[in-house]
Design a protein around this ligand. Structure first.
Ligand code: A2P
Length: 348
């Protein structure tokens, strides 16, 4: 016995990590079904030591599935997640398709696991940059309250999929050879212009939306309020893509409510917090970096320091593997929570 699990988008940057993380999941798995587009049907991927043949995603693919992990883009989720739920599968969706829907829990298990109790079949995995920020700020919020967040991100290209990773590598090679470079993918597929990411920094992730903010920035601002269940937290984000393959970094300025908060107190809370590793010692140059976070499931925090002008203000540096805690691993942790809470079923 155990769950039948489907991975939708199994060939993608996140999907391949889903498979790796599933092998470490703390719930019983009876079988795994790999789904992608027609292009990949018939290709083979390994799960543990088993060869699994990829199938094209159709509505019928979800017959007999208990847990469906979606990471094939928003339009695939919009089309097939309801079909999966209709057939009795609980969907954990990595895209932004359903995140802000009122009846869809948006969950980081270390922060709001119990929101899962309200699920109607679909659970949303938050945006990668939001997740690591929540993991690092929830211990601060619990201990001292949180009134304001101003975050600037330094995001890796793998968040934009396999094609963006390839683009960074090809452009980098060409630049080193003094050859002309072309850009086709970044800053994002949905916009008209493209710019090189190699040796560059692009202040646009996803398309532009209201008030001069991009969708990625709106995701961080809206999702924070939903996950922390507090509409009063002030949040402003600037999201930047940098030429790193994996590992998102964030410079976070935050203001607490409790004037007794200290750097030492915050470090102490972070040290005890689930899913957090404190790496903070300027004297020995200890701080997290993108490269050291790759392949790890935790969120790493360093550079905790007091703002010199605002009594309630602090700064920190937060890094995590965007494909793991930012995507695949958070989805698996959601599935673990669902299993533990006996919620792997679609309510009638
Ligand atoms: P495929 O490789 O067959 O195109 P990434 O985020 O790395 O770009 O990966 C996107 C994932 O979504 C891939 O696994 C891709 O499969 C999958 N995908 C893209 N379009 C569809 C579709 N129409 N139906 C199912 N899966 C899709």
């Amino acid at each position: 016995s155990g769950y039948q699990v489907a991975v939708v988008g199994a060939t993608g940057a996140v999907g391949t990590k889903m498979l790796e993380m599933l092998a470490e999941a703390d719930f019983p798995i009876a079988g795994v079904k790999l789904l992608a587009s027609k292009r990949s049907a018939g290709k083979v991927l390994l799960f543990k030591d088993q060869e699994l043949v990829i199938e094209e995603t159709t509505a019928e693919s979800f017959e007999g599935i208990d847990i469906a992990l979606f990471s094939a883009g928003g339009s695939v989720s919009k089309e097939f997640a309801p079909e999966a739920v209709k057939r009795g599968a609980v969907v954990i969706d990595n895209t932004s398709a359903f995140r802000m829907d009122l009846n869809v829990p948006l969950v980081v298990p270390q922060v709001n696991e119990l929101a899962l109790k309200e699920h109607q079949g679909i659970i949303a995995n938050p945006n990668c940059s939001t997740i690591q920020m929540m993991v690092a700020l929830e211990p601060v919020r619990k201990a001292y309250g949180l009134s304001r967040i101003i975050v600037s991100t330094y995001q890796a290209v793998s968040g934009a999929g396999v094609s963006a990773i390839n683009e960074l590598k090809e452009q980098s090679q060409k630049m080193l050879n003094d050859e002309p470079v072309e850009a086709h993918i970044l800053p994002c597929g949905g916009d008209k212009k493209h710019f090189p990411i190699a040796f560059n920094a692009l202040p646009q992730i996803d398309v532009f939306s209201d008030a001069g903010y991009t969708y990625e920035e709106w995701k961080m601002m809206n999702e924070t309020k939903k996950i922390m269940a507090d509409e009063t937290i002030k949040v402003a984000a600037t999201c930047v893509r940098i030429p790193v393959v994996s590992g998102h970094s964030e410079s976070i300025y935050f203001e607490v409510k409790d004037e007794l908060a200290t750097v030492f107190g915050i470090q102490n809370e972070l040290e005890k917090a689930p899913g957090v590793v404190l790496q903070d010692d300027p004297a020995t140059q200890l701080y997290p970096t993108a490269l050291t976070s790759v392949g790890k499931k935790e969120t790493f925090v360093g550079r905790v320091r007091k703002d010199l002008d605002d009594d309630l203000g602090f700064h920190m540096w937060v890094v995590s593997d965007n494909l793991l805690k930012g995507a695949a691993w958070n989805s698996i942790e959601i599935a673990e929570s669902l299993h533990r809470l006996d919620l792997v079923r679609v309510p009638k």
